[in-house]
Design a protein around this ligand. Structure first.
Ligand code: SF4
Length: 392
């Protein structure tokens, strides 16, 4: 049952039977104010409404989050999976971007499962969130809740961390190097969201980064399109890999709605390395359009020009060609049709029905294979220090 409620932190007590909210933990230890309290952070995420499962709202993490947004209206929901009016695409297209920045969902993970991957990471860990406040036009993350859905934060972070710890223990040491990592089991902790943005909301990302410090046989990994300086204070001690996603800036301006500019992501790489992260790059998605080769050549040249040697020495990259989806195409036509001029290319793409029945779209092999070869050649010519971990 949904229960709208004009809420303050005190109202949260009234609605969910909570005691006084505890103090918000401080993320930054550098003495500077947290970025997440800045105007820039508020521009991305200005939460006015929180939909919460009762148990999630009553949990320590849920209480911290509700306390961070005292002006937000609190709405009780039975399940974070089914929120009529919020999930699904119907009715939400007109307020596509607003709903992502102004609404949060708090829930608990019903099941915890770590899945094998073998490409980007050895394992996909159960994430501490689902959804994103940014609005990349090609994003598949919200596919199961409707494409306008906002971030769901999972408040049972202790269960998630304990589950990952048990999984790591069961693996023992990594004895065979592979392209994911020569020594450590790599766990992707951000499959269905962006951990840098999640860190604007709660300490879930900090808890995961800190947990991996204790696990010498494992490494966390997440891709991001957002530069959150608060992460620099987390002291990951080499056990977390940040993968900054990059694409030619002209593509990014059209497709990466609400993200940090590409130049800013690249400029942050050295700071993140110096703060104790491993820094890789995702060259993704590669969008084949007139002029794409020159645009990527220029981007790789920029990486070569501005990155210091210490970043280059440890960097590696994933290359991911664009995949798309008919349902997302149809939604995009209603809020961002210009993006579809480059994303939807039936002349170059083929469709494939996925296990859940969705019609996915990807470049046909006659386009994809030469494009991957061309991109590999461009990397070899413009950024020869950038080892490609895999390309698909
Ligand atoms: S940053 Fe990642 S998760 Fe967020 S909208 Fe873009 S592609 Fe999706």
């Amino acid at each position: 049952m949904r229960q709208p409620f004009a809420a303050s932190a005190d109202d949260a007590d009234a609605l969910f039977g909570l005691d006084a909210l505890g103090p918000e933990p401080v993320t930054a230890s550098s003495g500077r104010p947290s970025f997440r309290d800045s105007d820039a952070a508020h521009r991305l995420l200005c939460v006015r409404e929180i939909h919460a499962e009762p148990a999630a709202a009553a949990s320590p993490r849920g209480r911290q989050i509700i306390g961070r947004f005292p002006g937000a209206r609190l709405v009780e929901v039975e399940s974070h999976w089914r929120i009529p009016g919020l999930h699904g695409n119907e009715g939400n297209v007109a307020r596509w971007v607003r709903v992502k920045g102004e609404t949060l969902v708090l829930g608990e993970r019903k099941s915890l499962r770590t899945r094998p991957n073998g490409r980007s990471a050895d394992w996909i860990a159960p994430g501490a969130s689902n959804g994103c406040a940014m609005s990349c036009a090609y994003c598949y993350v919200p596919r199961r809740k409707g494409y306008a859905n906002p971030i769901t934060v999972f408040t049972d972070i202790d269960r998630i961390v304990a589950h990952i710890g048990r999984h790591i223990t069961r693996q023992g040491s990594k004895t065979e190097p592979n392209q994911c990592d020569p020594e450590a089991w790599v766990y992707d902790i951000g499959e269905n969201g962006d951990c840098s943005v999640d860190a604007l909301i709660s300490d879930n990302t900090a808890d995961l980064v800190h947990a991996f410090r204790r696990w010498p046989t494992a490494k966390a990994s997440f891709a991001t399109k957002f530069v959150n300086p608060d992460l620099l204070a987390l002291d990951p001690r080499g056990r977390t890999r940040v993968r900054f996603s990059v694409m030619p800036p002209e593509d990014s301006r059209l497709l990466d709605v609400r993200t940090s500019p590409v130049a800013e992501r690249i400029a942050a790489a050295a700071d993140f390395l110096d703060a104790g992260y491993e820094v890789h790059f995702n060259l993704s998605p590669v969008v084949v359009r007139p002029g794409w080769e020159q645009a990527w050549a220029d981007l790789l040249g920029h990486l070569d020009d501005v990155l210091p040697d210490r970043v280059k020495r440890q960097a590696a990259a994933e290359v991911i060609m664009l995949t798309h989806n008919r349902e997302l195409h149809e939604v995009n036509l209603r809020w961002h049709p210009r993006a579809e001029d480059v994303l939807w290319r039936p002349d170059l793409q083929e469709t494939k029905r996925s296990e859940n029945g969705a019609l996915n779209v990807r470049y046909a092999s006659a386009t994809k294979a030469p494009a991957v070869s061309r991109l590999r050649a461009l990397v070899a010519a413009r950024a020869p220090w950038l080892r490609i971990r895999y390309a698909f």
